[in-house]
Design a protein. Sequence first.
Length: 289
Amino acid sequence: MKAVIIVADGPEHRFVSKCLEEALGNHLSGIVIERRGETSSLTSLKKTARRYGSLKKTVLRYGVFRAIERFITKLVRKFLRVKHRKIAALHMVIDQIPPKAYMSDKLPRLEVKSANTDECIKWIEDIKPDYIFVYGTGIIGKKLLLLPSLQTINLHTGISPYYRGSSCAFWPLYNKEPQMVGSTVHKCTQEIDGGSIYGRVSVRLSEDDDPYIAFAKSVKAGAYLYSKIARGLINGEVVPSKKQDFSIGKEYRFTDYTFIQEIIMEYQISSGKLKKMISDAKNTPLPFP
C-alpha cells in the first residue's frame, strides 16, 4: 500500500502531518505542501498590484457591499489580533513542530500553490498511491480525487454533518453548543465536508477556553483520530464508514463569518458569557466522546 499526504503549512497542518507520518510508516510515499501565501521576494509594487487584483475580483464576485464587508472584517480581525491568538493557542495545545522538522529528509515532497495544478497531479500520478490523506488545503478537484486507487480521505475540524464548511470550531460556540466542538474524518468528495464518515470525536472544553483554544483542541483530537483510521486503512483493515444525512446541520461559508460575528464573540469572551455557557454545559454528554 502507498499513501500521499496533502497539507498546508501552518502549525496545525504540521502537527497533523507528523501524526499521519508516524501512523503510515513505510507506506508513506510522498507529501505535497500547499503554500498559498506571497513569497518574500515580491516587490511592494507587485504586492500592491496583487491586492488591487484581489479587491477587484472580490467586487466582481460578491458586489460592492460584500467587498466593503470583507475589508472591514479584515480590519477588525487585525485589530483583535486573530491570527496571533490562533497561533498562540495552537502552540499552547499541540506540540510545536518547526517548519523544517515535520517530515523525514528522505521523504519525497512537492511544494505548490495549489494541489490541483497539473504539476502536482503528474507528481502524484507517478507515485500511484492507494490512499491520499488531506488536511487544511483548498478544495480538492475532481482530477485529484480520482488519483488514488482506493480513496482520498480528509480531516475536518468540525462535527459533520452538523457543522460543515468553514470555521466549525467557532460556530458551535456562537450557537451556544459547546458540546458540538470536535473533528470528523471522512471520505473526500466534491461535496464540502460531505463524504461518508469514518469517525468523529467531540472535545470537552474548559471554562477559560475561547474559539482559538477550541480550534486547537479540535486539531489535536482530530489528528489522533485521523492517525488511527489511517493506520487501519493502510494496513488493509476494514474501517466502516457511514453516509452523511444532510437534512441535519449546515454548511458554513467563509462569507458567513463577518466582523459582526467577530465582535459579538469578543463581547461574549470579555463579558464572561462564553465562560458561563461552557460551564453550564460541562455535564452535557458529548455526542462523540
